[in-house]
Design a protein around this ligand. Structure first.
Ligand SMILES: [Zn+2]
Ligand SMILES: [Zn+2]
Length: 141
């Protein structure tokens, strides 16, 4: 019989979390593209004194997510007013279509009041980045 897993949630404010590896946090990270939530954190030590903490949207590998993010980046450029309004409508429609596809990746009972934005809306590992062709466009976003 499979034992129910109780994974430890690290409170980032206490600074007791590992400086290397993947673990779950009490804090929740929200994606500004799709609204997906995760409490998975990837920590890296980068030689000699660097340190990185990545949080990746659980939907970042999906092409509908890439398309939506592309549109959102495009929206931040300057456009004629009418065009911008059209673009906003298009994004709204896309969001409504995607809402059912958005998956959260939460383990345990994280504190939803401790919310921060994800650091990555696109995959942070190369094998996932190259799954589709969007990375080529992503360079220009
Ligand atoms: Zn997302
Ligand atoms: Zn894609």
């Amino acid at each position: 019989m499979k034992k129910a897993q109780t994974e430890r949630l690290y409170d980032l404010r206490k600074r007791t979390h590992p400086s290397q590896g993947t673990f779950r946090t009490l804090q929740v990270f929200e994606c500004w593209v799709c609204g997906g939530l995760t409490n998975k954190l990837h920590a890296y030590s980068v030689c000699p004194i660097g340190y990185r903490e990545d949080t990746v949207c659980p939907n970042s590998g999906e092409c509908w997510h890439h398309e939506l993010e592309k549109k959102l980046h495009w929206l931040t450029r300057s456009h004629p007013k009418d065009y911008k309004a059209d673009l906003e409508r298009e994004i709204d429609a896309m969001r409504q279509q995607c809402v059912k596809k958005v998956k959260n990746d939460l383990v345990g009972k994280p504190n939803l009041k401790l919310k921060k934005p994800v650091t990555h809306t696109f995959p942070n590992n190369l094998s996932d980045v190259f799954k589709c062709k969007h990375w080529q466009e992503y360079m220009d976003w």
